[in-house]
Design a protein around this ligand. Structure first.
Ligand code: ADP
Ligand code: MG
Length: 693
């Protein structure tokens, strides 16, 4: 349960004065639904209203706060012309201009023959000075409040800075000081303010430098967030390690058969990873290991070996994939590989329903099924296992810690192996996984050829089509990827469909189309046709991004590649270059693209090393253009700027570890305060792992 003193922070923004349902909706879109979300919504700029010139001295195109005497109102002479109010001081006159004005309102706030203060942008219009729709209007008494530095916040369509600013001001009155959860020595060394002071300070920037990630208050809050992240991960991990594992040792008989039947030799990296996994399985504690390897590095066979150990020991193993397509593909691959060991993995996804599903569940419950592959359907509440011991999670950056745990809770002492193709830089790995054990597949299977990558502008589509034609003539299979255009799935679909029609008119019937809206069975049919060569050009939205394996595909065209993040481009390109033949990737892009987008595409052309790409990705985000953390598979932070504040991460990691070593149940005074921190950042799930949570 969330502590009571935090309740006010988690109230809806509608509880703030002047925030009605409509405004709340907009605020929710810009910041979030709760008061705390407003506190976490940091200013990105400032408006400096401290400039208080006389009218004659006011510089055009600057923000100024001006005291003037209202001399005369001029109502508009027709509907389209503005309402004008003339104001003067002892140096000159200026016009205040209002479109679609309400005269009664203007008469009230700017009555004739009274002195008022206005603040806004001064402009020069036909030789006279004017201010259109002043941002603020007040009396002379209010001048001090008006001539301040005003924070500027990210907004959303329909939400004005004025409205958000008011809500923010009320929100900032809500928090009370909280007990310090940070190590006093750290706070002292870094000269950080207390939490409450930091919150107030980040919302009251005095100058541009106060917006920098390096300011003490911003760093403090970033650290709070990173610490809560690390502490949550550490709690989960401690929980898993504490819950005793059962040593698992197979006799190697099934593995032997499976390995003998493979059409290739395992790489040294694969062998090493298998050894590391074996050591975990045999140990008393539970395995929580990350298997990290670039696309095509051969993670699946490593996973199978872990799963076969469970079966050899008389238990069960599952592999869970993030999407239906991937689950089916893994199922097909594992079925083939496990055949030599006389095993038939069962498949369970959202598509298996009714009687069929019941029969499958029965097999899992009785233990008749030893191996299972599926989506999250594998760990729904009514799914029971006889003796689940190994769970492999093909992450492809889509699951969270929570799902991993739900699955792990299904068995007596499930050993968990998480596979990821996201080549996360080391520092960031911490944020996503905490201190997990890691095995890396650093070498690619032998015989792989690097993919040749070229950049081509969209206008040259005819040349691209001609190139595809030539490649197809020599038997190549082609992916043609259409991008995310907007957040609207429909328009993506429309683009893919239009391209599909176009390519069909050039290439005839051997063109297929997959997108997210297709029914599962339709998708399968198209994918299967592409795999068997029934079609040889596959037009797709990014649904093919994850894990699809068609070694014969050697050409990939990506339209509007500039709209993709680096991680995503790398994932996509990983679909080709999987066989022994030379592969080509054509990145099509708009004529005018930004510096960052250009840098991304150039990076893609110059390297296919996932780690180099990941580092570059991080660097480019630092340059300000956010790639969208969802795409790159990293957790999203509200306050921490991972690129600029990465030095805080290892500190938070060590801090979290030390705290839990000394106070595993967070019961000391600092421990209690840290619980509040976890609640504050909505890491409630992690608290459940404390004995008295
Ligand atoms: P990942 O899941 O890491 O992207 P996969 O496990 O799907 O990679 O393997 C990609 C392809 O490489 C598959 O076709 C697989 O059969 C093949 N492969 C795996 N290991 C080897 C190896 N040691 N030598 C040759 N090919 C391999
Ligand atoms: Mg794979």
């Amino acid at each position: 349960m969330r502590p009571e003193n935090l309740f006010p922070l988690f109230k809806s923004v509608t509880s703030l004065k002047g925030v009605g349902a409509r405004t709340a909706e907009l605020i929710e879109k810009a910041a979030g639904p709760h008061i705390i979300d407003l506190l976490w919504h940091l200013p990105t700029d400032i408006i400096d209203r401290r400039y208080r010139p006389k009218i004659a001295d006011a510089k055009p195109d600057t923000i100024a706060t001006i005291t003037l005497r209202v001399t005369k109102h001029y109502a508009p002479y027709n509907k389209r012309s503005p309402y004008k109010i003339v104001g003067m001081d002892d140096t000159g006159a200026m016009n205040l201009v209002f479109f679609r004005a309400r005269p009664d309102y203007l008469n009230k706030v700017l009555p004739e023959n009274e002195t008022r203060v206005v603040s806004g942008k001064v402009e020069k219009f036909c030789d006279s000075l004017q201010m259109t729709h002043p941002d603020h209007i007040g009396t002379e008494d209010e001048i001090d409040a008006m001539s301040k530095v005003e924070p500027v916040y990210p907004l959303t369509a329909g939400l004005s800075l004025k409205v958000l600013g008011k809500a923010m001001a009320s929100a900032l009155a809500v928090p009370e000081p909280l007990p310090e959860w940070l190590d006093p020595a750290l706070v002292k060394r870094e000269k950080w303010p207390a939490w409450h002071d930091a919150v107030l300070a980040v919302h009251a920037p005095e100058n541009a430098a106060d917006l920098e990630p390096a300011t003490p208050s911003r760093r403090r809050l970033a650290y709070d967030e990173l610490l809560s992240n690390q502490l949550a991960l550490a709690l989960v991990r401690a929980h898993m390690k504490r819950s005793k594992g059962l040593p698992l040792v197979g006799d190697g008989s099934l593995r032997q058969k499976a390995i003998e039947a493979l059409p290739f030799e395992l790489t040294n990296a694969q062998k090493l990873a298998i050894d590391e996994i074996d050591a975990d399985l045999a140990a008393e504690h539970r395995m929580l290991r990350l298997l990290q390897g670039d696309v095509g590095s051969g993670k699946t066979v490593v996973a199978l070996m872990a799963m076969l150990s469970a079966v050899e020991a008389g238990a069960q193993a599952v592999l869970m994939a993030p999407t239906e397509i991937l689950a089916r593909q893994h199922h097909a691959t594992l079925t083939q590989m496990a055949e030599a060991a006389d095993l038939q993995p069962l498949l369970l996804t959202g598509r298996e329903r009714g009687k069929n599903r019941e029969a499958l569940l029965e097999k899992l419950k009785t233990g008749a099924a030893r191996l299972a592959v599926g989506t999250h359907a594998l760990f729904q509440d009514d799914v029971e296992y006889k003796d689940l011991r190994v769970a492999v999670i093909d992450e492809q950056h889509r699951f969270g810690v929570h799902q991993r745990l739900t699955l792990a809770a299904k068995g007596r002492a499930v050993d968990v192996l998480v596979m990821t193709a996201t080549p996360i830089p080391r520092t960031l790995m911490l944020t996503a996984y905490g201190d997990m054990d890691v095995s890396r597949l650093t070498e690619k299977p032998a015989g792989r050829q690097p993919v040749q990558t070229a950049l081509i502008s969209n206008e040259r589509i005819d040349e691209v089509v001609a190139a595809v034609k030539r490649a197809r003539g020599s038997g190549a299979r082609v992916y043609w990827v259409c991008p995310l255009i907007e957040e609207s799935e429909t328009s993506d679909m429309a683009a893919a469909e239009a391209r599909y029609d176009h390519l069909k008119s050039v290439f005839g019937e051997r063109v297929g189309l997959v997108h997210g809206r297709l029914k599962g069975t339709e998708k399968d049919a198209v994918m299967a046709a592409f795999k068997d060569g029934g079609i040889d050009i596959l037009v797709a939205t990014t649904v093919i991004e994850v894990g699809v394996d068609v070694p014969e595909a050697t050409v990939m065209v990506i339209e509007h590649a500039e709209r993709f993040g680096l991680a995503q481009l790398h994932q996509l390109r990983g679909r080709i270059g999987r066989g022994a033949d030379k592969s080509t990737c054509l990145l099509m892009h708009a004529g005018h693209i930004g510096e960052t987008a250009k840098a991304r595409l150039t990076t893609m052309r110059e390297t296919d090393d996932g780690f180099v790409i990941a580092e570059k990705d991080l660097e480019l985000r630092g340059a300000g253009e956010l790639l969208g953390t969802r795409q790159s598979g990293l957790p999203e932070f509200r306050l921490a700027d991972i690129a600029a504040q990465s030095d805080l991460l290892p500190i938070a990691r060590d801090d979290a570890e030390l705290v839990l070593r000394n106070d595993p149940e967070l019961e000391s005074e600092r421990g209690r305060a840290l619980r509040q921190l976890l609640y504050l950042f909505e890491r409630d799930a992690a608290i459940r792992y404390l004995r008295s949570g």
